[in-house]
Design a binder for this molecule. Sequence first.
Ligand SMILES: NC(=O)c1ccc[n+]([C@@H]2O[C@H](COP(=O)([O-])OP(=O)(O)OC[C@H]3O[C@@H](n4cnc5c(N)ncnc54)[C@H](OP(=O)(O)O)[C@@H]3O)[C@@H](O)[C@H]2O)c1
Length: 392
Amino acid sequence: MLRHRQIPRMSKLPGSLDVQFMRRAIALAMRGRGAVEPNPMVGCVIVGSDGQVIGQGFHQVFGGPHAEPQAIASCTQSPRGATAYVTLEPCCHTDKKTPPCVPAVIAAGLARVVVGCNDPNPPVAGRGVRLLREAGIRVDEGVLGPQCRQLIAPFTARIVHRRPYVTLKWARSADGKVAGAAGRRVQISNEASRRLVHELRARCDAILVGVNTVLADDPLLTARGVARMRPLLRVVLDSRLRMPLTARVLEGGGVLVFCTSAASPDRAEALRQRGAEVIGLSAGDGARVPLDAVLAELHRRNVMHLLVEPGPTLAAAFVAANLADRAWVFRSPRVLGEAGAPSAIALDWPAVAAVDVAGDTLVEYLNPASAVYCCAEASADIAKVLGCAAGG
Ligand SMILES: NC(=O)c1ccc[n+]([C@@H]2O[C@H](COP(=O)([O-])OP(=O)(O)OC[C@H]3O[C@@H](n4cnc5c(N)ncnc54)[C@H](OP(=O)(O)O)[C@@H]3O)[C@@H](O)[C@H]2O)c1
């Protein structure tokens, strides 16, 4: 059973109608999570002069129509003179799969457009707004701006920072452990949580682990029993290529292994023979695989959402390097009570959501020091988990 325990900023805010309609547009946008990437999620609500919603839409699938034309097409009466609430500035560039939205908005005769945030893409930022104004449409910007920017944080990470949006995920027991004594694999989260993990994995482009997790848990790193919209790359960080050639993650091929020059070329060749792609990176001072170079390579391979399933060592490394944006921690009520068991790292990031998962609690944390952090707002993934992204 999934129950919404506490999502401080997702409840309807009191305040102006503009805020309420933009909140609805954000909820609509969130429905696109998992299908629109590498595009941003966008939602649009059209409100007639009597204050009633007459149309709404969201960007549903990559390559499909954008939110604004969908909302216009769905109108139950003429949109002439109406107001559109759109989470992201309407687009005006033509070098993409779908026609630009600005001409459609102008042709529909809308009188006012309320924009949540500008397009973060420097060559187009602000141009859509300018063109609308030049056409005589009143444009108001920045309504729920931080929330709208947070909604597109993964898109901003890709377009502006040229790296994936990084989520760390682990399960911990009530006494703070992530494994049994000496790292022995134990089941910490319950079955409902494990099912949820497969859903969350399915919405990501890649899953990454450190080699100690391969050695201790021998995971497959696949998304099982769930629908998947795009390929899921599996990635292992293994500076000296200690992973066994029999590791289950190698099954089926398509695994990327990052190592350093400390790894033996023979070992790299043996892994290649097992179907892995092995990439050597210069280690720098730390003598371990450099995380920034890994992220750059994954960006080059169009990874927009990276899910890292770290042990404490890799989790601490991502946090220390300020290269993680978000964490999902499954907290189990179970006490392991095993001496010598590894402990979860302590996170001092704000928790933005907590969801009851049949007794476990999934807590979402956002890194306030992330370059794409805008506000403590629960993500579209949490909205999907709760099934509450239907808007209104
Ligand atoms: N409860 C959970 O959700 C969960 C999830 C995952 C793992 N675990 C448990 O955690 C334990 C393993 O955790 P761990 O902390 O020992 O290891 P880990 O985080 O799984 O892997 C760490 C290893 O990755 C390699 N690595 C390569 N580049 C790195 C970098 N830049 N920064 C950090 N590490 C890098 C290092 O080995 P080299 O120097 O050899 O490259 C390092 O020792 C196991 O017991 C596993 O069962 C639990």
